[in-house]
Design a protein around this ligand. Sequence first.
Ligand SMILES: O=C[C@H](O)COP(=O)(O)O
Length: 253
Amino acid sequence: MYFSAARTEAFVRELLGLMFADPAHESLPLLDSVDVFVIPDHVTLAGVVAQVAHHGIMVGAQDCHSEDAGAFTGAVSPAVLAEVGCRLVELGHAERRRLFAETDASAAAKAAAVVRNAMVPLVCVGEERDDDEDDDEPHIVAAADEVLVQVRSALAAVPADTDVVLAYEPVWAIGASAPAPIDHVRAVVRRVRASDAVRARAPGRTRIVYGGSAGPGLFTRIAPDVDGLFLGRFAHDPAQFFRTVCEVAQAPW
Ligand SMILES: O=C[C@H](O)COP(=O)(O)O
């Protein structure tokens, strides 16, 4: 809810201009090496799908219901999202958990619905506590254990051979002035990737991205442990978004 409908339209238009009209694009086939997605609000989603048609950019939704249809006034059907061209659905964001009573169980049910409708669940996971001041091994283990409860719940709801994106977002790093410490992010993600829940999945089907005050300059410091970024405020400027996509595309991993 940062953007008006007009600003969403302008953001996408400017981003497409940067990605496909920039002279650098000729020598940098961005979308050959990076999957790029934007996740607007539900109202503007279909319009954004139309804007990015044939450009190879995926459009996602910020939430959905766990049922495809029925007496759920005000909710958004995953079947309808798929019908209008939505490719992935963000679930379990910290704000949904804190403000709208989202739980691991409801996020898991929604993940199953998203997969059932041939879309990709982007499940937000992250620990509550602030380990910034004392980031030793016990604190890393505690953070990873908290995250793994959320991860196991979501992954248990979807087949092992379907694509899933886990967005690791320490709750305390969302809306902050800087991302979580590099070593913290890498250590927690390594533990998630090494978990039984992730290792039991088909190879290449589980991607882990980092979110929480992410922006340009971060990716090369957390890769190759992390597969990508989940950008918020620091990508509200299309130029910053584009710069970050270029950094990911040019990374040697
Ligand atoms: O949805 C976006 C994430 O929660 C991160 O937001 P942020 O980068 O503005 O902290």
